[in-house]
Ligand binder design. Structure first.
Ligand SMILES: [Zn+2]
Length: 308
């Protein structure tokens, strides 16, 4: 068994304005950091339109297609832009998570990391938001449930921002447990404990600004891990954002690279205990290039260790 690294050069053709934190260099730094690791390197496919339509309405897809500029950029909301290559990048990002699910569930690999952009966890049902166009993590969950027929899937989102899009897309999905830790207060403002889904299947874990590894570990050990054990997922999907790092410029949590390693290792261990080690992880945020690269490398090393 092994770990797949799924990406595509198209993900580098989503070009945001100068000074925008979600930039091409992020993925370049992540991929550079993963060079030399024992990963099965896979070129990600485009998602099929039917894949996207599992989570977004056709009208939203048509709106995005109509918005793609011939050159330059268009602005979809305060933070979210499209360049001529953005829609293809989004289709590659979504395609990568679909492929990751297929590879893990077929037993071709133990686990998989989709190193892609644009990220996905802020995209709501019919709204691009927060650098995100398609809800990649929710799509991975729906693909595992609806296409592969799994009965239960868990999504764990440790990005520093609340996964409002994943929450929106999975709000009424009793087969998906969604667990999200986030700094609060912080944009987008959602992610309170009382937001618990239509079936009580969403667990939000707000963390106060300044909190570090001690608080993070307590939240996961005391709340997240027991919920995962009780839910008994058949696969764990990770929204892997690395912007809770103490060096990140967009937030005020104080996790270290080793905290990301610890959390990654614990999630691998739980996957081993609960679902044969099946994990699909997808890149979300992380805006200090060095912290992002080091943390993503630690994450990938733990996936590799678990897959060996
Ligand atoms: Zn984030």
């Amino acid at each position: 068994m092994t770990t797949a690294l799924i990406t595509h050069a198209d993900c580098l053709n989503h070009v945001t304005p100068d000074g925008h934190p979600e930039r091409v260099a992020r993925l370049e730094h992540v991929l550079h950091a993963l060079e030399g690791l024992a990963l099965k390197r896979v070129t990600g496919p485009m998602a099929a339109e039917d894949d996207i339509l599992r989570i977004h309405p056709a009208s939203y897809l048509a709106d995005l297609r109509n918005a793609v500029p011939q050159d330059g950029r268009v602005q979809l909301d305060a933070d979210t832009y499209m360049s001529p290559g953005s829609l293809d990048a989004a289709f590659r990002a979504a395609g990568a998570v679909v492929r990751a699910v297929d590879m893990v569930l077929s037993g071709e690999v133990q686990n998989a990391f989709a190193a892609v952009r644009p990220p996905g966890h802020h995209a709501e049902t019919d709204t691009a938001m927060g650098f995100c166009l398609f809800g990649n993590a929710a799509l991975a969950a729906k693909h595992a449930l609806d296409h592969h027929g799994l009965a239960r899937v868990a999504v764990v989102d440790f990005d520093v921002h609340h996964g409002n899009g994943t929450q929106d897309l999975l709000w009424d999905e009793p087969r998906a447990l969604f667990i999200s830790s986030q700094q609060m207060p912080l944009w987008p403002g959602s992610g309170r404990p009382e937001e618990d889904g239509a079936h009580g299947q969403i667990l939000n874990l707000p963390l106060p600004p300044g909190s570090g590894g001690v608080q993070m570990k307590a939240a996961y050990v005391d709340q997240a891990f027991p919920r995962l054990r009780a839910f008994k997922p058949e696969m764990i999907i990770i929204s892997a954002g690395f912007d809770a790092h103490q060096d990140d410029p967009l937030a005020e949590l104080a996790w270290s690279t080793e905290d990301f390693r610890w959390l990654s290792r614990e999630l691998c261990s739980l996957a081993q205990e609960l679902c044969g080690g099946r994990i699909v992880s997808t890149l979300e945020g992380g805006y200090d290039l060095n912290a992002l690269a080091a943390s993503a490398k630690a994450h990938a090393e733990e996936l590799i260790e678990a897959g060996t």
